[in-house]
Design a protein around this ligand. Structure first.
Ligand SMILES: [Mg+2]
Length: 369
């Protein structure tokens, strides 16, 4: 596998509604579309951190810098004996996972095209449709939250995830239960709480939630184990799972029972699959999260969610859920709460060049020096 060239396009697409979580808000979605040319094929990936760096310290700008000045120039011109070798080399390079993932996942697209198989098959996926879950952000008014759940609930999403923050937790959950009854429901705190809030989670235990996603800070593994000892609802790790070692350490401590695997956060499919295999071996439940990404990243997440053992619905939603427009054709669609796997070789979605041009902020070619 040879990397002949890389073309980067930084795009920005307005959101349908601002996405607010416990520590920040975005109204537009930034993504870096990474096109990798390899021996006559072009594979696509996406580097898609949150702008404003409130999920992690990475931003679209920091990833752009790393891709254009370090990782991209180092990769172009290189040859590898296999996809695995290429991914391992990338993993060993300096730079953030959110930057590397764009190139890494594009190589998987190349490999799937070369072998003539859909991406989800190359990953080992077994399902042809995956369950999709609805995620809703924080709102000023609880009524807005309920309206959003009702509006998108018509698409049949298989569970609802609400964002919570200190002071906006028990009453939000109560309101959703009152309005929608016994739907599959979970909370995501995006690391906003501390052990001072144990009582909040003990009260939330009464609502029969699927899980508490990332209640405490990403590095608070011992504290999370303490919280898990004091609550009945399983804790799910998101921000805490940057590496395989994080997962192993968290399990050893009893800090979480469910793993949200994000391709962006772990730097690509190779690490995502390694984390998936470790979690399965350790008997944890698994599901696939999103940033959310634009269409390329979303399609990749859906493909990963087709693996056996991804027990809970993925965060991958319909393109139209968050974005006023998308860069893939067709858009990701949710029908009766599920997403169908494309059957064509590779990613299975066409990248729309006109859309890239319309929403482009920056563009550059990395060629062999
Ligand atoms: Mg999360």
């Amino acid at each position: 596998m040879r990397i002949d060239g890389i073309h980067l396009t930084h795009v920005r697409i307005p959101l349908v509604e601002p996405f607010r979580i416990s520590n920040g808000e975005v109204a537009e979605k930034d993504g870096i579309v990474v096109a990798v040319q390899s021996e006559g094929l072009t594979g696509y990936g996406e580097s898609s951190p949150m702008s404003g760096s409130f999920y992690s310290s990475d931003t679209p700008e920091s990833c752009w810098r790393q891709l254009t000045t370090q990782i991209g120039p180092a990769a172009v011109g290189k040859s590898f004996g296999s996809l695995e070798e290429a991914c391992q080399w990338l993993d060993e390079q300096a730079g953030s996972n959110f930057a590397k993932v764009g190139i890494e996942t594009a190589l998987w697209d190349v490999e799937a095209q070369r072998r003539g198989v859909p991406l989800h098959k190359l990953l080992g996926g077994e399902r042809e449709r995956v369950d999709s879950g609805l995620a809703v952000g924080l709102y000023d008014e609880t009524a807005s939250l309920l309206r959003t759940i009702a509006r998108y609930g018509e698409d049949g999403y298989k569970r609802v995830k609400i964002k919570i923050a200190p002071g906006h937790d028990v009453e939000l959950t109560q309101a959703v239960r009152d309005e929608f009854g016994d739907i599959p429901l979970m909370t995501d705190a995006n690391a906003a709480y501390t052990l001072d809030h144990v009582a909040v989670f003990q009260r939330l235990d009464d609502f029969g939630l699927l899980m508490y996603e990332q209640p405490l800070g990403g590095r608070m593994l011992a504290e999370s184990a303490e919280l898990q000892r004091q609550v009945a609802t399983p804790i799910c790790f998101d921000e805490s799972l940057e590496s395989i070692d994080d997962a192993r350490q968290g399990v050893d401590l009893g800090a979480f029972r469910i793993a949200n695997i994000k391709i962006q956060r772990v730097g690509g499919f190779r690490n995502a699959l390694r984390m998936y295999e470790l979690c399965r071996k350790l008997g944890l439940s698994i599901w696939v999260g999103t940033m959310p990404e634009l269409g390329i990243g979303q399609a990749q997440g859906a493909a990963l969610a087709s693996l056996a053992g991804c027990d809970y619905p993925t965060d991958v939603e319909a393109s139209s859920r968050w974005f006023r427009d998308d860069i893939i054709e067709p858009w990701v669609e949710v029908r009766e709460g599920t997403i169908a796997m494309p059957q064509t070789p590779g990613l299975g979605y066409r990248i729309d060049g006109a859309k890239l041009a319309r929403y482009r902020i920056a563009e550059t070619d990395i060629t062999r020096r």
